[in-house]
Ligand binder design. Structure first.
Ligand SMILES: NC(=O)c1ccc[n+]([C@@H]2O[C@H](COP(=O)([O-])OP(=O)(O)OC[C@H]3O[C@@H](n4cnc5c(N)ncnc54)[C@H](OP(=O)(O)O)[C@@H]3O)[C@@H](O)[C@H]2O)c1
Length: 296
């Protein structure tokens, strides 16, 4: 099948290209330079020219803190850009798989959020992503939203890379220990999306609507950092690791307030064979790839 992918240079975009490389699918991938989803005309002509069987949208404005000051920029991509894709997809009857975020929730919950739970974003980024979900619901019928969380990979910028960089030049690090979520390897998310594409190819059906997909075990940023350092030591990626101190969110203020608890329940896709990734295993795989990109 022919798949149109946006945001090909992002973490998910790159991992999706990797997982598709071992398939017979024809992947037509666009970077933001090649297809800027903020422009309705560009989106419409890319979709009309390529006539894909399905669209995977990995493009997004993801600078969570900057979004607080650049609201228009965040909405232009995460809301209007998604609307352009939704309209173009609807016109040709093409389904779209779109990725959203745990930040659509306020984080006041105490048990894993279900897709149907009440959304209440507390940041501009989260609100702009929710507006994207709403644009899909309003403008097209065959769409899937996969909300994910705490994405890491060997590509781009992410928490794993930040921790490894800081570990090179610091003896001690303080990391927030009162925010809980599920780290998600972009490669696992990419494989989940590929399973959905394959399912659509075979059945011409999908479980349309909003779903959750993230890593399996909740942790805090502090717990995530501890695991990253432990595995990096084991793999010889780091010779020494900094002393880790657990701090509160109050001790580490950021322009955009993070949800305290954003664990996502991921049960709705299990019948299709899409289950939460084992992020501990995936982290080891990711670190090995970072250590020795040629072998892995
Ligand atoms: N990262 C996380 O922790 C996290 C958590 C929850 C949900 N998510 C969601 O997961 C999805 C994938 O995230 P990611 O981490 O892979 O993001 P990423 O690495 O920041 O990649 C996003 C990609 O979108 C592209 N893009 C930005 N503006 C665009 C535009 N106007 N037109 C076309 N492409 C544009 C960027 O291109 P340039 O490189 O050229 O700017 C970039 O390659 C996103 O929907 C994100 O909201 C991410």
């Amino acid at each position: 099948m022919r798949i149109l992918l946006t945001g090909k240079h992002g973490q998910l975009g790159r991992c999706f290209q990797d997982v598709c490389a071992a398939t017979n699918h024809e992947l037509i991938s666009y970077s933001s330079d090649e297809l800027d989803i903020r422009h309705a005309g560009h989106v419409s002509s890319a979709v009309t020219t390529t006539q894909p069987d399905i669209i995977v949208n990995a493009a997004a404005y993801t600078a969570v803190d900057n979004a607080e000051k650049e609201s228009d920029a965040a909405y232009a991509v995460n809301a209007q850009g998604v609307e352009h894709l939704a309209r173009a997809a609807q016109q040709l009857g093409i389904p779209i798989i779109h990725v959203s975020t745990d930040y659509v929730f306020d984080g006041a919950g105490v048990e894993p959020y279900k897709p149907s739970d009440l959304t209440r974003p507390c940041t501009v980024y989260g609100a702009s992503k929710l507006a994207g979900e709403q644009a899909l619901a309003e403008h097209c019928t065959k769409y899937m939203v996969l909300r994910t969380a705490w994405v890491f990979s060997e590509y781009g910028n992410n928490f794993v890379k930040t921790m490894l960089r800081l570990a090179q030049d610091r003896d001690a690090l303080s990391v927030v220990a009162d925010q809980y979520g599920c780290p998600t390897y972009a490669g696992d998310l990419a494989r989940a999306i590929l399973i959905l594409c394959n399912h659509y190819q075979q059945t011409h059906e999908l479980a349309w609507g909003v779903h959750h997909y993230c890593g399996d075990l909740p942790t805090s940023w502090h717990g995530f950092a501890r695991t990253i350092f432990g595995k990096s030591r084991e793999l010889g990626l780091l010779k020494t690791t900094p002393q880790l101190t657990a701090i509160s969110s109050e001790q580490y203020p950021t322009p955009a307030e993070r949800p305290e608890y954003s664990v996502l329940e991921c049960l709705t896709l299990s019948e299709l064979g899409v289950r939460p990734g084992n992020w501990h295993e995936s982290l080891s795989h990711c670190l090995k790839k970072m250590k020795d990109p040629v072998v892995y």
